[in-house]
Write a protein that binds this ligand. Structure first.
Ligand code: BGC
Length: 569
């Protein structure tokens, strides 16, 4: 397969708001392409697919941890922050990845778990062996397992306590995740220094930003919940100041799976900013809820909440990622409804969430896949795709934990789905061979050969989005509709007047979650009589009526993106 890349000058465009215009793609290196036939993906494999990603329209890659690790938590258990897992390649391979991505104007964002390390990390080994030594205080130790009683357990399927007894040091150590992942002690200034060193090391290698993994959990307190404690925010502010001074233009992305009001705090304030971006955990489960409940009310509500965010801050919108579809931050009633719709087999659940991929969640319905993607690409924020979802890859719920949706990328109908030349038995995880999602049917090559495939559809939507800066840079205004299944909002952008020459524009986005065709009236007061044009084909739509009402009919689970106002150019 060859992809013809558009002619671009090598190197990154100087755009301070690049992360707000960007389409991100989460790629697990281990799962993407195996270049040396050892059965697991690697950096050279990823480099070989940069043309594909550029063709798709991807502007930035988010790469889950590639550091040295015993791989007991998909690499989120780090044993050496300064080295790459040999299975994945070398630091030189990583340099090559950064250079080749930058040549394509594509950014690299790495994942950085700072809250914890692997118990195999030399810091932990030294800490447990020598309480008085330089690393003695690097982790959170206690003589009892009774401290911090208000802190919840996150991996409820695997852990009974956030404390584990260490037989060598004869004390308990604190861990928010697996017991083999001890939490670093952020009360210790030496930990801050060590962590800053790690960040500088990767920034100096040219990465464009990092995801602050599990960031709410850095500090714990006797009274608090151990999540989003004031000291945690203070640490992030100090980190941001260092980044702005030493590495301007690089971004920090918060993974804060918290209630809506708390997630916003990870942006900080205008005077004292924290992260440039935060994943939109509040909106994600509500997209899935709307698809099955046929009600737009919840999305309407979260989008209408006005949240003050500093200039330049942006959301990261996603449908799925390498973790379970988390239901921690929805009410019990919604959680039970979502389990019933999406995880009717107990095997599909893990912890407080659902370990399935997008296409199986949506029962492979093309209409739902298109509707979900249309939301992903038009909600306020930058979209994050999960590798394989662009071809509607399936999952394997008979694999343990979140491996269910981390199987090898399906490139071709050939051996190992074109992922690897290894003996199939040697693969780190088997390729999906299920009835519906078998790699011989679902793969990049065959979808490239079908002009109506999901892959071509997703690529087209990405390119339409990128042609309209209102999606990345504009504000959002939620509109009143008279149909409970219909969501409508306007993305509006005043234009930048910068060297990018963005003109002002407004895009009306309308979505129907109904499982039958509907007709709806949308209030567009102030836009009385304005014309509307379809963003995809350019076709003229009925104008907004003189009384400020727009009347539309929508097919089952469908959407419109309409240019509002006189057509440009
Ligand atoms: C990552 C998970 C990981 C956990 C512990 C998370 O937030 O996304 O994949 O298991 O951190 O490191």
């Amino acid at each position: 397969m060859t992809f013809t890349a558009p002619l671009t000058l090598p190197g990154l465009a100087l755009d301070p708001l690049w992360y707000r215009r960007a389409v991100f793609y989460e790629v697990m290196v281990r799962s993407f392409v195996d270049s040396n036939g050892d059965g697991a993906g690697d950096l050279q494999g990823l480099i070989s697919k940069l043309d594909y990603l550029q063709w798709l329209g991807i502007d930035a890659l988010w790469i889950p941890p590639i550091f040295d690790s015993p791989l007991r938590d998909g690499g989120y258990d780090i044993s050496d922050y300064h080295n790459i897992l040999p299975d994945f390649g070398t630091i030189d391979d990583f340099r090559e990845l950064v250079t080749k991505a930058h040549e394509r104007n594509m950014r690299i964002v790495i994942d950085l778990p700072l809250n914890h390390t692997s118990d195999q990390h030399p810091w932990f080994q030294a800490s447990r062996a020598d309480p008085e030594g330089p690393y003695g205080d690097f982790y959170v130790w206690s003589d009892t397992d009774e401290k911090y009683p208000n802190v919840r357990i996150i991996f409820t399927d695997y852990e009974e306590s956030n404390w584990t007894f260490d037989a060598e040091r004869r004390q308990f150590y604190w861990h928010r995740f697996f017991s083999h992942q001890p939490d670093l002690n952020f009360e210790n200034p030496a930990v801050h220094e060590a962590v800053f060193d790690v960040i500088r090391f990767w920034m100096d290698l040219g990465v464009d930003g990092f995801r602050l993994d599990a960031i709410p959990y850095l500090y714990e307190s006797e009274e608090g919940s151990g999540e989003s404690e004031p000291e945690t925010h203070e640490f992030i502010r100090v980190l941001r100041r260092m980044m702005d001074t030493e590495y301007p233009g690089r971004v920090m992305i918060a993974e804060a799976n918290q209630w809506p009001a708390e997630v916003v705090e990870y942006f900080g304030t205008e005077e004292d900013p924290e992260c440039h971006m935060a994943f939109d955990f509040p909106v994600m489960p509500r997209i899935f809820y709307s698809l099955r409940s046929q009600s737009a009310a919840e999305l309407n509500r979260v989008l209408s909440e006005t949240t003050e965010t500093p200039e330049g801050a942006g959301w990261g919108v996603f449908l799925r990622n390498h973790d379970e579809l988390t239901l921690e931050m929805v009410s019990e009633e919604y959680r039970q409804a979502m389990y019933g719709w999406y995880a009717y087999d107990p095997r599909m659940r893990v912890n407080i969430g659902i370990r399935r991929r997008l296409a199986p969640l949506l029962d492979n319905s093309r209409a739902e896949l298109e509707l979900a993607h249309a939301l992903l690409f038009s909600l306020p924020g930058s979209p994050f795709l999960y590798y394989g979802d662009e071809i509607g890859m399936g999952d394997n719920i008979w694999l343990p934990d979140r491996d269910a949706s981390r199987t090898p990328m399906q490139w071709t109908p050939d051996r190992n789905a074109g992922f690897s030349t290894a003996d199939p038995g040697k693969l780190f995880l088997p390729v999906v061979q299920s009835l519906v999602y078998n790699y011989s049917l679902v793969n990049v090559e065959s979808q490239l050969a079908q002009s109506r495939s999901l892959l071509h559809w997703v690529r087209n939507v990405i390119h339409v989005r990128k042609a309209h800066p209102a999606f990345g840079l504009g504000g959002v205004r939620v509109l009143e509709t008279d149909h409970e299944s219909v969501l409508a909002f306007v993305r509006e952008y005043a234009g930048s007047g910068t060297q990018f020459g963005d003109a002002p524009e407004r895009v009306l986005c309308v979505f129907s979650f109904a499982h039958n065709p509907v007709s709806a009236r949308i209030r567009l007061d102030g836009d009385n009589g304005q014309p509307l044009w379809d963003l995809f084909g350019g076709g003229a739509f009925p104008s907004v009526r003189d009384d400020g009402v727009l009347e539309l009919t929508l097919a089952t689970q469908s959407f419109y993106w309409l240019h509002l106002g006189d057509r440009r150019g």
